[in-house]
Ligand binder design. Structure first.
Ligand code: WQD
Length: 341
């Protein structure tokens, strides 16, 4: 059985990917420093999968600590999620974002080289397309000017991995550019559990629906879109998790080098449509007001899914209604999120 090291595997996308890997016959080792996740996730994963997973509480920037994972386990592939990911926060503490996100990727690459681990899947983001309005974004769409340090770290890491691949020709590297991950596992036992006030739309709507936040402010309804609000390509986190399994399988069966895929649905949903879908899922109105545009937002962002379908064999299955109902189940089962202990 192949063993996959999932860094950041205690986090939102990481934990859902652990389940998909397990369900597809992989063994999983998790490395996470709990900076943005809670140990309760491990107990929830055990409930869902019926087994526990080897867990290392390590910072991926700490080469000595992380090397223990490679010493104690025969790792066949790495999926690297670990990193800081709040767009707004990255503007206030850019040095932490650059040192942590880039430093952890470099440390993981050094250890992969040292221990002869050749397959890497990197958690990238559609944010690398920048402010372009030339949608749908294909994998050949030009990289843009990112609007925040978080986006720049993804942009820079993609370049670092291309250079690493040139220097280490037997490496197999897959860059996955996510669009907007939302939703939760069908059990309602794990889901998006941001600390503090959510920055992203879905967790914010979810807390308004659950009564833990008073109202949603829609950032702008004067965009050049059908209903005046921004369009985004929301993709169910379980679809995203399956996309990572497909990426590992792709690397297993293809030559070395760097490959790149968008993970999206190919459909743009407006903020108003998202609110309406969530109201259908929760059965009551979502209290919301319209406010000014948020700096850095683009009007329309959605993926071309052609390459992922044709080459990766990946196609998103879940609808916006599935995303909302799974999010609402997670919210009602965990109104205050997971406990910290
Ligand atoms: C979606 C829409 C907002 C909150 C970000 C990152 C991206 C990726 C996904 C990691 C926008 C509107 C939001 C609110 C609102 N993350 N909105 N009121 O900005 O598309 O993408 O998260 O990879 O890298 O940039 O997602 O959920 O913040 O916003 O009206 O309280 O919802 O203006 O139009 P975004 P989002």
């Amino acid at each position: 059985m192949s063993t996959v090291l999932v860094t950041g595997g205690n986090g939102y996308i990481g934990s859902h990917t652990v389940i998909s890997l397990f369900e597809n016959g992989y063994d999983v080792v998790i490395a996470d420093n709990l900076a943005n996740s809670k140990m309760e996730v491990q107990r929830r994963l055990e409930k869902i999968c019926g087994r526990s997973f080897k867990f290392y509480n390590v910072d991926c920037c700490d080469e000595e600590a992380l090397s223990v994972v490679f010493e104690e386990n025969k790792i066949d592939a790495v999926i690297h999620f670990a990193g800081l990911k709040a767009v707004g926060e990255s503007v206030t503490i850019p040095l932490d974002y650059y040192s942590n996100n880039i430093g952890s990727m470099i440390t993981v690459c050094r250890l992969m080289k040292k221990y002869g681990v050749r397959e890497l899947v990197f958690s990238s983001s559609a944010t690398v397309y920048g402010m372009s309005e030339d949608v749908p974004f294909t994998e050949e769409s030009p990289l843009g000017v990112c609007t925040n340090p978080y986006g720049w770290t993804k942009w820079m890491i993609e370049q670092i991995l291309r250079d690493f691949s040139k220097a280490e020709p037997d490496m197999k590297i897959c860059l996955l550019r996510y669009f907007n991950p939302v939703g939760a596992h069908e059990s309602g036992l794990i889901g998006e559990d941001p600390r503090g006030i959510p920055n992203n739309l879905f967790p914010y709507i979810s807390k308004v629906a659950g009564g833990t936040l008073e109202k949603l402010t829609v950032f702008g309804d004067d965009y050049p879109t059908p209903d005046g609000t921004c369009l985004r390509d929301y993709i169910h986190v379980c679809d995203l998790a399956d996309g990572h399994v497909k990426a590992i399988q792709y690397l297993d069966s293809h030559d070395s080098g760097v490959c790149l895929f968008n993970l999206g649905t190919g459909k743009g949903t407006s903020v108003k449509e998202a609110i309406a879908a969530f109201e259908k899922a929760c059965g009551h109105p979502i209290n919301h007001v319209f406010g000014p545009r948020r700096p850095g937002d683009i009007a329309v962002c959605y993926a071309s899914t052609e390459k992922a379908e044709k080459e990766l064999g990946f196609k998103a299955r879940y609808t916006i209604d599935d995303m909302c109902s799974s999010c609402w189940k997670w919210q009602t089962m965990n109104p205050e999120g997971l406990s910290d202990n």
